[in-house]
Design a protein around this ligand. Structure first.
Ligand code: CUA
Length: 232
């Protein structure tokens, strides 16, 4: 009987892990990643989805099993009987899951915030209701963001008036533009294409129209554009 129960629990755990991995590989909570940050965030979300699904099905499954079979408490005398081994198990398993996910999250955070080597610096100024992009190395100022694919970039934000928030969903992560402080976002664009930057913090009546084009180009195309804009 005992061996059979251990076998059943083992099968249940393996099935749940399988369901978790399937969910983690199928679920796409974000648009297709176009930067190294977005790849990390996408993986993190999918792992959390997978683990949460496995835990949810495991807990609800045991609940249904107990309700239907009604055998977890076989006799009234069994009520109040404690099982140290069982208690240790249901304390240590969730603790281990939370610990592993915490370490993983911290690692992702450190990787996202790690300084990039030789980054292209771009100063971005927000105001009601537009974005202004300045390339200090070449002296170019534009109303659209262009980035070369594969080269790390550091975006530095300021605001002329109220709080705005810069968000390019395919890049992963948003960052506030504040009137009294410089904030920054480091990323390496990975995929060429045209994207959109929106303001993600309500900043006034025309907040919804505070949108800018974002282009990720191959390095040659980017240099040509910079020169056409009068850059050095
Ligand atoms: Cu700027 Cu909302």
């Amino acid at each position: 009987m005992r061996e059979r129960n251990i076998l059943l629990v083992t099968i249940l755990v393996l099935v749940l892990i399988g369901v978790g991995i399937t969910v983690a590989s199928l679920v796409r909570p974000l648009p297709q990643a176009a930067s190294d940050r977005a790849v990390l965030v996408d993986q993190l979300l999918r792992v959390f989805f997978g683990v949460a699904t496995a835990v949810f099905l495991g807990v609800e499954g045991l609940l249904v099993f107990a309700a239907v079979r009604g055998r977890l408490v076989s006799t009234p005398a069994a009520i109040g009987n404690s099982s140290p081994a069982l208690e240790l198990l249901w304390l240590s398993v969730p603790a281990a899951i939370v610990l592993v996910l915490s370490v993983y999250s911290i690692r992702v955070l450190l990787l996202m915030e790690a300084p990039r080597s030789d980054p292209l610096r771009i100063e971005i100024t927000a105001s009601q209701y537009q974005w202004e992009f300045h390339y200090p190395e070449s002296g170019v100022t534009t109303d659209e963001l262009r980035l070369p694919a594969g080269r790390p970039a550091v975006l530095q934000f300021r605001s002329r008036d109220v709080i705005h928030s810069f968000w390019v969903p395919v890049f992963g992560g948003k960052v506030d533009a504040l009137p009294d402080r410089v904030t920054s976002l480091a990323l390496t664009p990975l995929r060429t294409g045209e994207y959109e930057a929106v303001c993600a913090e309500y900043c006034g009546p025309d907040h919804a129209g505070m949108i800018a084009s974002v282009w990720v180009e191959d390095p040659v195309g980017f240099e040509q554009w910079l020169q056409s804009e009068g850059g050095d």
